[in-house]
Design a protein around this ligand. Structure first.
Ligand SMILES: [Zn+2]
Ligand SMILES: [Zn+2]
Length: 188
């Protein structure tokens, strides 16, 4: 994993529903090392981390510089990195770095990775590159890496949903107004 992956961990944790262990595992599915071992304790430990990430991202969206700095620094202080070099967990060498001792709970490493990933993401992209989904019923945050900064939704799914709803409401209002015109014509 590299810094971009850790930012992705931060966003997946931010946007996870965290209603139960399955939801947590789904959010961490790209990392079987975490998802396969995650349990109830990890879920409880990661809920406040997700809240902290949401605080930081809300501040980023509001262009609140101090708010971003305070929220991210609080996460970094609470969940410091304790990097460990690993030669792999199977027979073959597969060098990589863990963000905490691999013997620690998944939550310990996920929290540290997410805090570090968001801190690095703010430095690398700038806080204005983060957004809150424009769909009224979606509470997800996203990173906009488009060249024209045109991203408004967390996912193609939300974008499609909103565009289809807007299209339908345009269609129904235009058919209403042509119906009215027709009635007017009959009356005259
Ligand atoms: Zn490992
Ligand atoms: Zn969305």
């Amino acid at each position: 994993m590299d810094n971009a992956d850790y930012l992705d961990v931060a966003l997946r944790l931010t946007n996870a529903t965290l209603t139960d262990v399955d939801a947590l595992r789904a959010a961490l599915h790209d990392e079987p090392w975490w998802s396969s071992r995650a349990g109830e304790r990890d879920l409880e430990a990661l809920r406040p981390v997700a809240d902290g990430l949401r605080h930081a991202l809300a501040a980023a969206v509001a262009a609140d510089t101090d708010g971003v700095r305070h929220a991210v620094n609080a996460l970094l202080a609470e969940h410091p990195l304790r990097p460990r070099l690993s030669a792999g967990h199977m027979g073959e060498a597969n060098w990589h770095i863990h963000m905490a001792d691999p013997g620690e709970s998944p939550a310990t490493e996920v929290a540290a990775a997410a805090a570090w990933g968001l801190a690095h993401g703010i430095v690398h992209f700038g806080p204005s590159r983060f957004g809150h989904c424009g769909a009224a019923d979606c509470d997800n945050y996203y990173l906009d890496t488009s060249t024209n900064r045109a991203k408004r939704f967390c996912s193609p799914r939300c974008a499609n949903r909103v565009h289809v709803a807007a299209f339908r409401s345009r269609q129904s209002s235009s058919s209403r107004s042509s119906g009215e015109a027709g009635e007017g014509a009959r009356r005259s």
